[in-house]
Ligand binder design. Sequence first.
Ligand SMILES: O=C1C[C@@](O)(C(=O)O)C[C@@H](O)[C@@H]1O
Length: 177
Amino acid sequence: MTTVLDSFRPDGARRWRIGVIDGPNMPNLGNRSQKIYGPIRSLADLQDLVRRTADDLGVTVTPFASNHEGEILDFIHATAKDVDGWIINPAGLTTYGEATRHALDDTTKPVVEVHFSNTMRHFAEVAPHYGQQTSRFTYTATGLVMGLRQYSYLGALLALTLALDDDDFLAGGTRRH
Ligand SMILES: O=C1C[C@@](O)(C(=O)O)C[C@@H](O)[C@@H]1O
């Protein structure tokens, strides 16, 4: 079936494989602040939305979520050869997740960082006493989509897919940025 999203892509475009990682606290999405995360009911609902959008786009997503950084590292190491790019919401690892940032960087595949909230605003409003908080991941990410709740993931998925299709940009993930 042809979908609206199909029409963004050239005929015969490749079925890119994209790893979608959710870090600590995202498995508890259904119980988090509605003000920040909106009415979405669960991580399963989020993963379902991302998977359905990927189907419409003609790409394959491999979702993974964990509260444990070591499990996230194991997932990245195990799947690095089988994915063309990554989407990650580092969540609880955002400010200090150097091991995860480094593991993604080691794969040399494009990385798009996503957040439900606009973290710059969130840090300024909620944790000004932490000083100048920033994401560890943005320094080496290919791109960043945030502040659009679950729609950040859909923006990232569409943009990463088109960028992988683009021979003058990510060229299937063979080049960095
Ligand atoms: O757990 C999260 C979720 C988050 O990554 C987001 O999606 O907005 C923002 C982070 O600051 C926070 O620790």
